[in-house]
Design a protein around this ligand. Structure first.
Ligand code: SF4
Ligand code: SF4
Length: 174
């Protein structure tokens, strides 16, 4: 057999050997979307706005996250709480909270700057939009569901209980 033909046959056998070997290797593919890949503990996926156990919103509308955001992706508008119509502890709550996910670079600065741990980046990486408007996540889309023993907001509460915007924590680094 001439050299070019011999080289071609060798290459064919080499390719078949690689294919044959892979039949006995552990698959690296997963059946997405039925099976979701586990993300690392420090993964920064889609944001959520958190609540306290009683259902009150952690966000106090201070806009520190918007100030820290390098892509100008966050818009916050605050309004006043009263004890009859209370969304969050303290004086104010976010009446409008929006994140433009087309601008977000998932740096996590908003999470780091938040004084109440209201905004956190979680493990959801399934972000797809069919329009620019869809890419703007409003407060309603970002807020987590009301906890089991909590009440939805706004709540009517006893006066003088939720006077502090940042609740006293036993361990502030916790
Ligand atoms: S993760 Fe970064 S870019 Fe995205 S909203 Fe937060 S601060 Fe802005
Ligand atoms: S998410 Fe945090 S930093 Fe942003 S407005 Fe709310 S409380 Fe302030």
């Amino acid at each position: 057999m001439a050299f070019p033909e011999r080289a071609r046959v060798q290459e064919i056998f080499r390719g078949m050997w690689i294919t044959f070997k892979s039949m006995f290797e552990k698959p690296v593919t997963i059946q997405y979307p039925e099976v979701k890949r586990a993300v690392p503990a420090r993964f920064r996926g889609r944001h959520v706005l958190n609540r306290y156990e009683n259902g009150l919103e952690k966000c106090i509308g201070c806009a520190l996250c918007a100030a820290a955001c390098p892509s100008d992706a966050i818009f916050v508008e605050a309004s006043e709480n009263t004890d009859d119509v209370r969304f969050a502890p303290g004086e104010r709550y976010a009446s409008t909270y929006e994140i433009n996910m087309l601008r977000c670079i998932y740096c996590g600065f908003c999470e780091d700057s938040c004084p109440t741990e209201a905004i956190t980046l979680e493990d959801n990486y399934e972000l797809s939009f069919s329009s620019r408007a869809d890419a703007i996540y409003t407060k309603e889309r970002l807020l987590v569901p009301v906890p089991e023993n909590g009440k939805p907001t706004p709540q009517e509460v006893e006066s003088g209980i939720f006077t502090r915007s940042v609740p006293v924590m036993a361990d502030p680094t916790d």
